[in-house]
Design a protein around this ligand. Structure first.
Ligand code: NAI
Ligand code: MG
Length: 350
């Protein structure tokens, strides 16, 4: 059956890295006999300025008519961030109930990282993607009185913790068998203690996986000091968001970090996107690093069961990165987005 891929380039560097990725996906598909049908959607900032909404009202149905989505990024300086971030990517994650955001961090040989000893780092952050601190609950009290109070309520429910935990344990079981739960139960008294309790219960069904519970502040230090002691990290929405930017640096920076928004076991297309945003500071110059988007494309193919195509992309990325003449400015080089993408295409062996 054909793979129906929806592509949302979005804003800023989004269209640049997506344009670099689609031909690589197409090559991987051709090389493995896959019929890849690509539909481009014009959702994002320009559409917001034109029509008052970043995506159509039936966006979730449009997505459901596809097998997967490749998303670039949204955000532009002349539109308030929440209109685009909530109006598109957070909105889709919630409407489609995409339970977890999976963020692998892999230090490729030859890529400078500006932090010590990242050789061999290979870990995955599983971030709960629908609740926690990002449910949008709360409000403003005494607004405009000079005594304004902003109240942001975090929501953590057993069902949502359980499904994220199951995914993390299964992933850890396929990898090294080590899972680190990241919470903050010494200072927060309700939500994170529930996480600890529920995840320990799920652990009983996964005796093959060794669970440790680590406080988020300690985890921040450990990610920098001994990242190779880590394999799969499970975190709530806020901590997962923050730690994954930190962890991305271990692999060379924001330009290197892919992600997958998925509902494990559910019949919903996943949304695959670089962790980074629209990078307005470098947009339009053709120098964005396309690797985060390329690796998101590899995750997409892998989750659809096309492992040979996914591995082909990763190996070509890895081979291209060994040669510093293909490095974009964020990696200390002077290659353009298209230079690096062309080097990856050249090295596709499937
Ligand atoms: P950002 O990730 O866009 O940029 C942070 C830094 O990383 C910048 O210095 C940028 O130049 C660099 N960077 C990002 N991607 C890169 C790439 N592919 N190659 C080389 N360097 C890269 O985060 P920032 O600046 O906080 O946000 C910019 C806009 O993006 C905002 O409007 C924000 O709301 C939006 N955003 C959207 C996201 C999404 O669509 N999922 C996620 C994060 C931010
Ligand atoms: Mg983030």
């Amino acid at each position: 059956a054909p793979v129906r891929l929806a592509v949302i380039p979005g804003d800023g560097v989004g269209p640049e890295v997506v344009a670099a990725t689609v031909p690589v996906l197409q090559r991987a598909a051709e090389g493995t006999g896959l019929d890849l049908q690509v539909t481009e959607l014009d959702w994002g900032g320009e559409r917001f300025l034109r029509e008052g909404a970043a995506m159509p009202a039936d966006a979730a149905d449009v997505v459901r008519a596809h097998d997967a989505v490749l998303f670039g990024a949204v955000g532009r300086p002349d539109v308030p961030d929440d209109e685009l971030v909530w109006g598109l990517i957070i909105g889709l994650r919630q409407q489609l109930d995409l339970a977890v955001n999976v963020r692998p961090v892999h230090a490729f040989p030859g890529v400078p990282t500006r932090v010590v000893d990242t050789d061999g780092v290979d870990l995955v952050i599983v971030r709960e993607n629908t609740e926690g601190e990002y449910v949008g609950a709360g409000g403003l009290a005494h607004a405009g009185t000079g005594h304004d109070i902003g109240i942001e309520v975090a929501v953590h429910s057993r069902r949502v913790i359980e499904r994220a935990a199951r995914h993390a344990f299964e992933l850890a079981g396929r990898r090294s068998g080590r899972l680190s739960l990241v919470t903050k139960s010494n200072a927060m008294r309700h939500g994170y203690p529930l996480w600890d309790r529920v995840v320990r219960e799920v652990a009983e069904q996964h005796p093959d996986v060794e669970l440790e519970v680590v406080l988020v502040d300690a985890m921040a230090a450990r990610l920098v000091q001994s990242p190779r002691s880590l394999d799969v990290l499970l975190a709530g929405n806020l901590f997962g968001d923050i730690l994954s930017d930190l962890a991305a640096v271990l692999a060379g920076g924001m330009g290197m970090a892919p992600s997958a928004n998925v509902l494990p076991g559910g019949d919903v297309p996943g949304i695959y996107e670089p962790v980074h945003g629209s990078a307005p500071d470098i947009a339009g110059r053709g120098v964005a690093n396309p690797v985060a988007c390329l690796l998101s494309g590899a995750l997409l193919l892998e989750d659809l069961g096309h492992t040979v195509a996914a591995t082909g992309i990763r190996q070509a990325v890895s081979a291209a990165l060994l040669d510093p003449t293909h490095h974009t400015p964020d990696l200390g080089g002077s290659a353009t987005t298209t230079d690096l993408a062309a080097a990856v295409l050249d090295r596709m062996e499937i």
